[in-house]
Design a protein around this ligand. Structure first.
Ligand code: SF4
Length: 380
């Protein structure tokens, strides 16, 4: 039943509070990038690694913003942490430090903003922290290295060898670019780079909130950075699957473009084959476990008088349902008889069984082939 919203004064109060909270968290967060000049365009690192059309639309439609609770939570994490760094490190602490790189091949300047930087003039050392707050981070190390008990007791996890957590390739690449730009901008300093993540961590079926520290040992090479700039300039498409679905411009000013996977151009993150094999082995063990569980559930359900059980809104067990199969041949004959083929097509009711491709080609000829291409499918 719909209620009259006017009666809920508390809701109105909360609306005002949340809107104020959003403004407060965004305060000082908006990073101002330099304006394009006649000589070159200025691109932020995040834009460089995203669909280039987003960058274009951001300039054309600055009023379109993307905001959700997760983004605001990220801002809140950043604000709190920066305050503590400021108190603890005083003058040595800087935030949103500008680092830049002018492309050798294109009229493009890349600008990065280091979330948190600690500069030690005496020892000629710069420490950069890139802050991230993803919804979830998967912990993938072996139980011989991290027991479940230890996981549940851990608040801060340091992934020294970058093999304990699944951190997004995009985050890693962004941090590698930040490291390079800092090294180029401060050649007399040694640069340490970290990704600092606050996230819900998942380890098998266990979950808990955690801070993850992910050191970035290598910076990107200048050659690889130039390749990314070239790609930004020439290849105006989404950079990852589903980028359009998370894009604020999708269905507003842009219809979206199909994602094409061509990650081989720049290697983001070297794959640890040993670790990959461990994960595959874990997968098979879990699959076995699932099968065993299924057997155990089935065994018990078979012994219930009704042979089924209600679980939430679902019925688990031997549930009756009506299965109908249709005589497709008869339907098509009738459709042809009554000139209804177009109508069926328009309503998406006419479906061809593509498994019988050879028979279809034999029957209708080669010209029914739209495209022939080789595909690689994931199989496990
Ligand atoms: S909708 Fe897709 S193609 Fe368009 S700008 Fe966004 S990510 Fe790029």
């Amino acid at each position: 039943m719909m209620m009259n919203e006017d009666r809920f004064h508390g809701i109105e109060i909360l609306r005002n509070v949340f809107s104020e909270l959003s403004n407060y968290l965004k305060e000082g967060r908006e990073v101002a990038y330099s304006k394009d000049t006649d000589e070159c365009e200025v691109i932020g690192i995040t834009s460089l690694l995203s669909c280039p059309l987003k960058w274009k639309y951001r300039k054309e439609y600055p009023e379109i913003e993307f905001e959700n609770l997760e983004i605001l939570e990220g801002f809140s994490f950043e604000k709190e942490l920066k305050d503590v760094f400021r108190i603890k490190y005083g003058d040595r602490f800087k935030d949103e430090v500008l680092v830049e790189y002018k492309s050798k091949n294109y009229p493009i300047k890349i600008e990065g903003h280091i979330d948190i930087q600690i500069k030690d003039e005496e020892n000629k050392l710069i420490v950069n922290y890139e802050l991230k707050a993803p919804r979830i981070t998967y912990i993938i190390c072996d139980s011989s290295k991290l027991s479940y008990k230890k996981f549940m007791e851990t608040d801060v996890l340091i992934d020294y060898d970058n093999n304990c957590t699944l951190v997004s390739d995009k985050y890693i690449l962004q941090a590698k670019i930040q490291k390079l730009l800092t090294e180029l901008n401060y050649p007399e300093y040694k640069v340490e780079q970290y990704i600092l993540i606050k996230s819900l961590a998942q380890y098998d079926s266990y979950k808990k909130k955690m801070i993850i520290i992910y050191p970035i040992k290598e910076s990107i090479t200048v050659e690889d950075l130039e390749k990314l700039i070239e790609k930004f300039h020439t290849d105006k498409k989404p950079r990852f699957k589903n980028e359009c679905n998370y894009c604020p411009y999708y269905n507003v000013v842009c219809e979206g473009v199909n994602y094409e996977d061509n990650t081989e151009e720049v290697s983001y993150n070297e794959i640890d084959v040993k670790q990959l094999k461990e994960l595959i082995s874990k997968y098979y063990k879990l699959k076995e476990k699932l099968k065993m569980l299924e057997h155990q559930i089935k065994f018990r359900i078979e012994r219930l008088p009704e042979k089924k059980i209600k679980y939430g809104n679902k019925e688990i067990g031997f549930v009756e349902y009506e299965s109908i199969s249709l005589d497709v041949k008869k339907i098509i004959e009738k459709a042809i008889e009554n000139n209804m083929i177009k109508e069926l097509c328009d309503k998406n009711c006419l479906i061809v069984n593509w498994r019988h491709k050879k028979d279809l080609i034999d029957k209708f000829g080669e010209d029914i082939i739209k495209e022939r291409k080789k595909e690689v499918k994931f199989n496990i």
